[in-house]
Design a protein around this ligand. Structure first.
Ligand code: MRU
Length: 373
């Protein structure tokens, strides 16, 4: 990803001190670009819970490095038990993102093949790095596969700009690089296809206005910020050719949990005959879950709805109130779009129908439906 023309990933070990993990503090964007340094399991947990880092893939990669930091600090005597506890602690930080528990399980699994705490520490770093590298590589491949969808639409539009609507931030900031929903957009830009992106602001945390619009600006992709409620109107007016969103957890039958408001976009897209695609690396599939209504939906502080923060004229970030003192607010962070509203899933292995059988055929090695022994 490019920030002021310099290439960054969203997470990396400090090359001079690998027991320090560097992240970009997303709470400060787009007003400030701040690199935060994490050195303990608890700092990693706070970074995930309080959304210094966020987005499916990046939460997974951060959890992977969190397990590595836990391994560096675990005692010789009780190493295995402390690592399991570290995993439980990390998994409790955000409930909806599948990549979180997936990354914790993957590191613990890797450690099982090693004998001594020393070997396990080395292995934890290798596993965390593999998670981060794989996330970037899988997102790059999502781009290659999703490009074909945009190319087809561009051909039909005879080269006029393809208008893509996206919700939340499933961009490079939500992963280690490239992003999921944005990877096909970057691939299409690189292929010379004219594009324009409608960016939902994504209340209440405003991932769209704070992150996606900023990210697309850094990449010089034409984009327009809209209110969350504008998408249906734009679809009726023929201003949207395609919707691409990300997901925090997708069941093995193709039901998709994503940022609150996604379901309404899918309904509007169906009503207007507009393709609605979901882009995800396989790490976001929950192979044990068949029914979207079983996905745990995170509820966050009502303050995210009743207050908003931004820079003052003298550069301080300040929080102001939007609602009367004492207003009760319910902050559901995600919703579930049923598979029947999803045109297709863009994965690192190709585009697959959002249907259990089709998903199983594409991922026979990963699929383990509860209905099977
Ligand atoms: O609460 P967040 O910002 O961590 O929400 C996750 C998301 O970024 C979105 O739901 C996104 O669209 C899918 S994650 C790539």
């Amino acid at each position: 990803m490019k920030i002021r023309n310099q290439h960054y990933r969203t997470i990396w070990p400090d090359p001079d001190k690998p027991t320090t993990i560097c992240i970009i503090d997303q709470r400060q964007l787009p007003h400030r670009f701040v690199i935060e340094r994490l050195t303990t399991l608890e700092e990693v947990r706070t970074a995930i819970k309080d959304m210094h880092v966020r987005g499916a893939g990046l939460i997974g990669a951060t959890a992977g490095y969190g397990m590595y930091l836990a391994a560096m600090q675990a005692s010789e005597k009780d190493f295995d038990r402390e690592m399991v506890q570290a995993g439980v602690r990390l998994c409790s930080s955000r409930p909806t993102a599948r990549n979180l528990s997936w990354a914790v399980e993957r590191v613990l699994q890797a450690l099982r093949h090693k004998q001594t705490p020393g070997e396990k520490r080395t292995e934890s770093f290798r596993a965390a790095t593999a998670i981060a590298d794989e996330d970037a590589e899988f997102c790059r491949r999502l781009g290659e596969h999703g490009l074909k969808i945009i190319q087809d639409i561009s051909r039909k539009k005879q080269g006029r700009p393809v208008n893509i609507l996206t919700h939340c931030n499933a961009g490079w900031l939500a992963f280690v690089d490239f992003g999921s929903a944005t990877a096909p957009i970057y691939a299409a830009r690189d292929a010379g296809i004219p594009l324009h992106v409608w960016v939902d602001e994504t209340r209440p945390w405003n991932q769209g206005s704070r992150l996606t619009a900023w990210e697309l600006q850094q990449e010089e992709i034409a984009n327009t910020l809209i209110t969350d409620n504008a998408g249906g109107h734009l679809m009726q007016k023929g201003c949207v050719d395609l919707v691409i969103v990300g997901t925090d957890r997708t069941t093995c039958t193709g039901d998709v949990a994503n940022k609150i408001g996604t379901y309404l976009k899918a309904l509007a897209a169906r009503d207007n005959n507009i393709p609605f695609y979901v882009a995800l690396p396989s790490s976001t599939f929950d192979w044990t879950m068949e029914n979207g209504s079983d996905i745990p939906i995170e509820e966050r502080s009502g303050e995210e709805i009743t207050c908003i923060s931004g820079p003052t004229t003298d550069g301080r970030i300040e929080m102001v109130s939007l609602a009367a003192p004492g207003t009760q607010a319910a902050n559901y962070s995600f919703d579930v779009t049923p598979a029947r509203l999803v045109t297709g899933l863009i994965t690192e292995r190709g585009i697959v129908e959002a249907r259990g059988e089709a998903i199983r055929r594409m991922f026979p090695d990963l699929y383990q439906s509860l209905s099977r022994p």
